[in-house]
Design a binder for this molecule. Structure first.
Ligand SMILES: Nc1ncnc2c1ncn2[C@@H]1O[C@H](COP(=O)(O)OP(=O)(O)O)[C@@H](O)[C@H]1O
Ligand SMILES: [Mg+2]
Length: 315
């Protein structure tokens, strides 16, 4: 994709920057923390910031507050799925991060995997089902364990690892409670890493070492979960480079802009498997993108500025 030209920082310093946060999704609390961290950093950097807790009146408020540029600090449904991006396009307000299409595809794990496969990118074997009945009638033919997940959730919500066929039916019934399709993937045993991309450049790889069976909701957000984050990931240099390259290729395959963070499993044989791509990585003080950026000498304010400079209309 042709990158649109950057907005000069001097111009941004004269602009009214709307930090869009909160929102209506189940990830509201994380978004409020992301928004607060971004707004504080930008204010300290000398920018004029308006914090907007996004509700049904967001269109009116964007206009009333005379927002010139939108910094999207939302997560999940309505914020990460192309909805708010479409609204900003319609109001001609340039915004940070990915456009409507990349956001919508990135929010849907089945569609994301179809794009990965079409681009020859490695991802675990999988099967998708529209209903629980279909999933039970024709289970996958790849070997156990299986990972059953709802296609549109995040934060490991509704995810089950089935080591036996007996565990399959309850997992499928639970995943079917959520919106979207039911995705069943082969479980890949390996080390869990994430790669970040900023402005079409691979930034680096962080390793996640959960103290629990996998990187579930508790391991992600639970106080004292014992999850460790190691940057740079202490993996062999060839593997590090491979993860960087695969994450950059995934970012490009979906047509992302700004920043993205991809989840990857590194198998003992050196093979890497993409699980998913996040188009709106968290930006709280403890989030992984700021950690990776920091490790590369990019301060939190600098990261916010890089995202703002890249704000644009993409339709
Ligand atoms: N195919 C898989 N093999 C091994 N672990 C997996 C697999 N799929 C998911 N997991 C585990 O579940 C976690 C959440 O899955 P992911 O697909 O990233 O969904 P979410 O959007 O909820 O983060 C991963 O971080 C990983 O720990
Ligand atoms: Mg994930």
């Amino acid at each position: 994709m042709n990158a649109p030209s950057k907005i000069p920082l001097e111009q941004l310093k004269r602009s009214r920057i709307g930090v869009l946060m909160g929102g209506l999704s189940s990830e509201r609390e994380v978004s409020l923390r992301t928004g607060a961290a971004v707004a504080k950093a930008l204010r300290e950097g000398g920018y004029t910031v308006v914090e907007l807790d996004v509700g049904k009146d967001v269109a009116t408020r964007l206009t009333a507050e005379k927002i010139d540029v939108a910094f999207i600090a939302l997560h999940g449904r309505y914020g990460e799925d192309g909805s708010i991006q479409g609204l900003l396009e319609s109001l001609f307000i340039p915004y940070t991060g990915s456009g409507v299409l990349a956001s919508a595809v990135g929010m849907e794990k089945v569609f994301t995997k179809q794009v990965f496969v079409a681009h020859g990118l490695p991802t675990p074997p999988s099967k998708a089902y529209a209903t629980a009945a279909q999933a039970l009638a024709s289970p996958p033919d790849f070997p156990l364990p299986w990972v059953v997940k709802p296609s549109r959730e995040g934060s490991s919500v509704g995810i089950h690892i089935c080591k036996t066929k007996d565990a399959y039916a309850p997992a499928v019934e639970d995943a079917a409670k959520y919106a979207g399709l039911i995705l069943v993937e082969q479980f890949i045993k390996g080390r869990e890493v994430q790669g970040a991309v900023l402005d079409d450049e691979a930034l680096g790889v962080i390793e996640i070492v959960p103290a629990r069976e996998f990187y579930d909701y508790q391991a992600k957000y639970g106080a004292g979960s014992g999850t460790q984050y190691l940057f740079p990931a202490p993996i062999p240099p060839e593997a590090y480079e491979k993860v960087n390259q695969v994450c950059l290729a995934a970012h490009r395959a979906l047509g992302c802009s700004g920043a993205s963070r991809s989840d990857v499993i590194l198998a003992p044989d050196g093979q890497v498997y993409l699980l998913e791509l996040n188009t709106l990585p968290g930006m709280t003080a403890t989030s992984l993108l700021p950690k990776i950026a920091q490790g590369r000498g990019i301060s939190f304010l600098n990261l916010c500025e890089r995202l703002l400079e890249g704000a644009s209309l993409k339709s």
